[in-house]
Unconditional design. Structure first.
Length: 298
């Protein structure tokens, strides 16, 4: 039986995380420790093709016109650094939030970014450090909580916060997380987020009833898709953020038909349809690109 999200416990926490965690945080740490224990060590090497894929996206030549490639296109438009195409993010200060085994940290680091990562699962952080060694790269991989960002880094430490499918694990106190993210960004800095999304509890129940056909990604017991209330809280901190909804038909194509060509075609259809009020509540995914306003900016 879980305590309320804000309750804390003082019994043994995962090694390296700290002695006081919420029950929800303990759930997350334990769930992702289990995932790490099942992971084959060969998965901790990122292919040269993957590095080329995301580097090309930053340079404005994406292999795929879908997410996550388009998130890296956004990085190239707003945060491209210097003239070296092999290191287009050289010197960019990046926080990889909820970094897991470093799958995105290594891509950002390979492009020259100065990466710090935060992950609550000690075993995942061990694997991130193994991934570094596999690629002769290094970044600041920390075991820590997304609810205590201000305790782990100085204010205005980062040009970019990269959050890939982490916020939906933190929904019992997203206000705290958003405040922490805002405080760690420099003025004019960016945060990009890609998350599962569901506009209403009723729609969520329908999708759950069809999970035998289109399986859910369910990694931990406390996760749920973001909803419009979660999105409004984010927009309160980051007025003017760009929001794009996706995964109307492309996700079933990806999970059931497993056709890359069909998925790409349906992604383009989804992107257009989900910009209309009629369909946007049916999206299954959310991309948000936020910028911290500068002093005096309206």
């Amino acid at each position: 039986m879980h305590a309320p999200g804000g309750a804390t416990i003082a019994d043994a926490a995962p090694s390296g995380v700290g002695s006081r965690l919420t029950y929800n945080e303990r759930n997350e740490a334990a769930a992702f420790d289990r995932l790490a224990a099942r992971r084959d060590g060969t998965m901790l090497r990122t292919s040269d093709w993957t590095f080329a894929r995301y580097r090309s996206a930053v340079l404005g030549r994406p292999f795929y016109h879908a997410y996550p490639d388009l998130a890296f296109v956004y990085l190239g438009k707003h945060l491209l650094r210097g003239g070296d195409p092999s290191k287009p993010l050289r010197g960019l200060r990046v926080l990889d939030l909820g970094a897991g085994d470093g799958v995105w940290s290594v891509i950002l680091s390979e492009q020259g970014a100065r990466v710090a990562s935060v992950e609550i699962s000690p075993r995942q952080v061990e694997q991130a450090r193994a991934r570094m060694k596999n690629h002769d790269l290094a970044w600041d991989a920390r075991i820590g909580s997304a609810f205590a960002l201000a305790e782990q880094f100085p204010a205005a430490s980062f040009d970019l916060i990269f959050a890939q499918a982490i916020l939906h694990h933190l929904t019992w106190d997203l206000e705290n997380v958003y405040d922490g993210m805002h405080g760690l960004l420099r003025e004019g800095g960016h945060a990009i987020m890609m998350e599962p999304y569901c506009a209403s509890p009723r729609l969520r129940r329908i999708r759950e009833s069809l999970s035998w056909l289109v399986p859910f990604d369910r990694e931990s017991p406390d996760e749920r898709p973001l909803d419009d209330a979660d999105l409004r809280l984010l927009l309160d901190r980051f007025p003017g953020a760009m929001v794009e909804r996706y995964d109307l038909l492309a996700k079933p194509a990806r999970r059931i038909v497993r056709s890359v060509a069909l998925e790409r075609a349906l992604f383009r259809f989804d992107r257009a349809a989900l910009r209309t009020r009629l369909f946007r509540s049916l999206a299954g995914g959310l991309f948000v690109a936020a910028r911290k306003q500068t002093t005096g900016e309206p």
